[in-house]
Ligand binder design. Sequence first.
Ligand code: MG
Length: 165
Amino acid sequence: MIMEYRVGNGYDVHPLEEGLPFILGGVRIPFHKGSVAHSDGDVLIHALCDALLGALALGDIGKLFPENSDLYKGIDSRILLRESYKAVKEHGFSLCNADITVLLQEPKISPYEDKMRATLAKDLHVKEDRISIKATTTEKLGYVGRGDGVSVYASVLLQSVEQRD
Ligand code: MG
């Protein structure tokens, strides 16, 4: 009996502009800037989707949900997450854990991290202790440091749901 494991990583960047809603990890964060995007701009969820899809070599969210399609304009990224995880399940895998790092100069997201973890855990049918969210600034260096953008790295480990001979 062999249990199969797969790792995946994802990375995404969005510009930040004045007056747009800032949604991260499925949670609306009060801030004077928000993500410029075709969807709701949830850069954390986009990186997480790419990690989930990447672990099984299923491409990326740009392939699954094309930006030139009006279908996905302004879409709640949680829908993309649930669809990506559905593809993972259909391939016989489930999530062991996800570890996510957000690069953002401001605002501080620590007050929202537990809510994000609960939101993602719900969509991925795991306990919150399987979802880690960490944040760092870039010490005011580069586009993140200037507050012009936000970037996110996500890693996941998947395991096969059924043991194989
Ligand atoms: Mg994106």
